[in-house]
Design a protein around this ligand. Sequence first.
Ligand code: EPZ
Length: 426
Amino acid sequence: MDRIRIRGGNPIRGKIPIGGAKNAALPLMIACLLTDAPLRMTNVPELADIKTLIDLLVSHGVDVQVAPEPMANGCRTYTLRANTITSTTASYDLVRKMRASVLVLGPLLARFGQAKVSLPGGCAIGTRPVNLHLAGLRELGAEIEIEDGYILAKAPKGGLKGGTVRFPMISVGATEDLMMAAALTEADIVLENAACEPEIVDLAKLLSTMGASIEGAGSSRMVIRGRNQLMGANHSVVPDRIEAGTYAMAAAITGGSVELPGVGAELLGAVIEALVHAGVEVSLSREGVKVKADGRLRAVDVNTAPFPGFPTDMQAQMMALMATAEGTSIITETIFENRFMHVPELARMGADIAVKGNTAVVRGVKTLKGAPVMATDLRASVSLVLAGLHAQGETIVNRVYHLDRGYQALDQKLAACGADIERIAG
Ligand code: EPZ
């Protein structure tokens, strides 16, 4: 298994290319299942999760073509065509590898009237059930049973029907699943208490280009009027706000400065706010966002929340930053019940963090010390990389495969900005 070795202390300085958002690209590419016409998707990051998704799409019979030349930021262009679907089953092997695979449920059900999708099972950061997806689709008339670990879904004769789905809690995935099913249903479907993340807005943009009418994307109430046939489309994946936020924090934790081209401040609202409170300078350039830090940062309290709140996907990185700030910061995780797995690893590097329930009390120390550390999930791993960039001495981050799920060429991008970082194969 590959590892990453970091010798900390170098400020991160330079321009870092940001790829398309993993969490946007996954549902956007799954939307190819809604039509027999080709979907051309640019700005797709090269990540392990995208490879898993392609395996899944191919298992359904989708024709997947990738342009031979990468884009300037290293991302790829794919053409996906679902004109000969050979299977409406998503196997356990693929879904357990990547939970987002469950999003094929809505599109397959809307287009073929049936789908069999494995239940994803547990996850390192929480139990993450899919009950909201199922309840929403039932509201549109689907009959759903669970058998042998699989979701068996059937649409009524004549297809899914219109109606109002009010989510009891905000879920990005359930909103996306329902949006895709609704886009191919010729009726008015209202989604209330919907997620508002930029990835939702990007999916709405694509579904609109494909022919659906969608009002209110980016607000908590969406009105979707679908069509019984959707068109193909060309679409470019929205930039990855979590990748951008992570590099902003790499500059902040090392007293460096980075420019993040192509990233609008609206993608990073709550993250920029927290950084500014901590004493980081954030400005807008013609190309994107610029982040600059000098000296020790101040402690800031953070509560994770659905967009536009502080993203749970930036909580671990913020904690690494706060572990070195002046003062005590309270970090509360409200989205996932087990997303503090990075705490004991940061503690091995000298961080002073006490966890009680969903709250972490982080007492900043002047410097962290390098250590061998182990990661449990994607964002936890990258928080250890950030801590390693700051720490005195050598840090070895094990289980790099977690990072490969969500950060393209992380070591190369950081090394190009002055980090002493290398990937060790084996
Ligand atoms: C998406 O996961 C992201 N993944 C996650 O990114 C992100 O952390 C999360 O949204 C929150 O922003 C992708 O987009 C592929 P949810 P998702 O449904 O859709 C509960 C990363 O690091 N819930 O918004 O699965 C759930 O357990 C990842 O890139 C139910 O109870 O998240 C959680 O507590 C990790 N029942 C909360 O809702 C359901 O049916 C929010 O989950 C669905 C969700």
